[in-house]
Write a protein that binds this ligand. Structure first.
Ligand SMILES: *Cc1c(COP(=O)(O)O)cnc(C)c1O
Length: 410
C-alpha cells in the first residue's frame, strides 16, 4: 500500500524499541485534536496518559511558557527564582498540603516519596536503621526506575532489570484486611494509587481509600497517594482522594501538572514529613525550574478557573453511560471515575490493540492497557459533542469487529 513513513522508519532504526506506537505520525495539536502529516484530524481520547488534561498547546499555557522562556528558564536550585515560591504556594493551597518538593517526572516524585517515607520512619517513628518497609499493591504502576520496577508485580516491567532494592512488600489492591495484616512496627508507608491506571483503570471498592488512610493513621504509617494520573481533576475532584475526604500524608503529582508542555512533578506532604530533607539530602538540576514553575502555576490556575474537575464530574458519568449503552458483546465491563474510563474487551472477540487500531482509522486516538482494556481519558476541556463522536466511533468499531468475528466463525 503506502510506503513506510520516513519518520516511522527512522524511529524503527534509531529509537530503542521500548514502545509499540500505533501507526500514525502526528505533527500538530490544538485543544482536543491532533493532526497527522497527511492532514488527517484525530480526536485525542488518551491525552498522553492524562498529561494533556488541558488539551494540546492551550493558548494560556503556551503564552506563559513562551513569556517565561524569554525571561528566565533555568536557574538550578543553587539560587532562588521569583517563580518557584508562588507555584508551590498555590500547589499546597489547592491540595491542602503543607510543603512541596518539585521534581520533573512522575517516577522521580515517587522516588522522592520513598526517600521521605524511609527517612521519616528512621528519624520520627524510630524504626531501626535499614529496616523501614514500604507497602505497595499488586498491579501497581509507579514508574520505571529500578527501585520502582523492583516492587512491581508486572513481569514485563521487571524482567532482566534486577537485582532490586529491598524494603518493599506487596499486598492485594482494594483489600483492607490485607493492609491491616501487612502493617508491622517497621512499616513506614503505604503507597497506593486511588485508581490503578496502568493496571487497566481498576477502581477499588468504595470506602477503601478512607479505610486505608484511617488504618495508616492508627498505626503511625504514612498514607501516600500516587495521584500522578488520577490527580488534578481527572476523576471529577481535584484529587481522587477527595472523593473519600482523605488528605494523604504524602501526595505525588505529575503528568497534567506540566500543562501538557513540560515534565513537572512534585511530592507534597505535611511539614513533619518534609522536614526530613535538609540541604544535600535530595535534589534535581531541573526540578522546580522557573519555566516549569510558571507553567505549573498557570496550569493550576487554569484548572480552577475553567472548573475542569467539575467538568470531569459532569461529563464523565454521562460518557461512561453512553459507552455502556453500546451494549456490544465485545464489551465485558465499562469502569472508571470522572473522565478516566476503561472499556474491557472480551479477548474472545478482539484484543485492545485491534480495537485501538480500528479507532485510529475512525479518527480516534487512544491506547490499550493490559491487552484487554481500551482507555478513554480525553482532555478535560472536551465538549459533549466530541465525547459523543468518540462513542459513535467506538460503536462502529465494535460493530465491525463483531461482524468480522462472526464471519471468521462461519
Ligand atoms: C505515569 C505514572 C507514573 C510515572 O510518571 P513518569 O512521568 O512516566 O515517570 C507514576 N505513577 C502513576 C500512577 C502514573 O500513572
Amino acid at each position: 500500500m503506502h510506503p513506510l513513513h520516513t519518520a516511522i522508519a527512522q524511529e524503527q532504526e534509531f529509537c530503542a524499541r521500548n514502545y509499540h506506537p500505533l501507526p500514525v505520525v502526528l505533527t500538530r495539536g490544538a485543544g482536543v485534536h491532533a493532526w497527522d502529516t497527511a492532514g488527517r484530524q484525530y480526536l485525542d481520547m488518551m491525552s498522553a496518559y492524562s498529561a494533556l488534561s488541558f488539551g494540546h498547546s492551550h493558548p494560556r499555557l503556551v503564552a506563559a511558557l513562551t513569556d517565561q522562556a524569554q525571561r528566565l528558564a533555568l536557574t538550578s536550585r543553587a539560587f532562588h527564582s521569583d517563580q518557584l515560591g508562588p507555584f508551590l504556594k498555590r500547589l499546597c493551597e489547592v491540595t491542602r498540603q503543607d510543603m512541596a518538593l518539585p521534581m520533573n517526572t512522575g517516577a522521580e516524585a515517587v522516588e522522592t516519596a520513598i526517600k521521605a517515607a524511609r527517612k521519616w520512619a528512621y528519624e520520627m517513628k524510630g524504626v531501626p536503621e535499614g529496616m523501614a518497609e514500604i507497602l505497595s499493591c499488586e498491579g501497581n504502576f509507579h514508574g520505571r526506575t529500578t527501585t520502582i520496577v523492583g516492587f512491581s508485580s508486572e513481569q514485563d516491567y521487571r524482567e532482566g532489570f534486577g537485582p532490586f532494592a529491598g524494603g518493599f512488600k506487596r499486598i492485594p489492591y482494594g483489600d483492607i484486611d490485607a493492609l491491616a495484616k501487612a502493617i508491622t512496627p517497621n512499616t513506614a508507608a503505604f503507597l497506593v494509587e486511588p485508581i490503578q491506571g496502568e493496571a487497566g483503570i481498576v477502581v477499588p471498592p468504595e470506602g477503601y481509600i478512607a479505610a486505608a488512610a484511617r488504618l495508616c493513621k492508627q498505626n503511625n504509617v504514612l498514607f501516600i497517594a500516587d495521584e500522578v494520573q488520577t490527580g488534578l481533576g481527572r476523576t471529577g475532584r481535584l484529587l481522587a482522594c477527595d472523593h473519600e475526604n482523605v488528605i494523604p500524608d504524602g501526595l505525588i503529582l505529575g503528568k497534567a501538572l506540566g500543562g501538557g508542555l513540560l515534565p513537572v512533578s512534585a511530592f507534597l506532604a505535611k511539614t513533619e514529613v518534609m522536614d526530613v530533607f535538609e540541604p544535600g539530602s535530595h535534589g534535581s538540576t531541573f526540578g522546580g525550574n522557573p519555566l516549569a514553575a510558571r507553567v505549573g502555576l498557570e496550569a493550576l490556575n487554569l484548572l480552577v478557573d475553567a472548573k475542569l474537575s467539575e467538568r470531569a464530574a459532569e461529563l464523565g458519568p454521562w460518557f461512561e453511560n453512553q459507552l455502556r449503552a453500546i451494549a456490544s458483546p465485545l464489551i465485558r465491563t465499562v469502569r472508571g471515575k470522572g473522565l478516566m474510563i476503561g472499556v474491557e474487551i472480551d479477548p474472545a472477540y478482539a484484543t485492545g490493540r485491534e480495537v485501538c487500531e480500528r479507532l485510529l482509522a475512525h479518527g480516534i486516538l487512544t491506547k490499550d492497557t493490559h491487552e484487554t482494556v481500551v482507555r478513554f481519558a480525553p482532555p478535560l476541556i472536551i465538549e459533549k459533542a466530541d465525547l459523543n463522536d468518540a462513542v459513535e466511533q467506538m460503536r462502529a468499531v465494535l460493530g465491525e469487529l463483531e461482524t468480522s468475528r462472526v464471519r471468521k466463525r462461519a
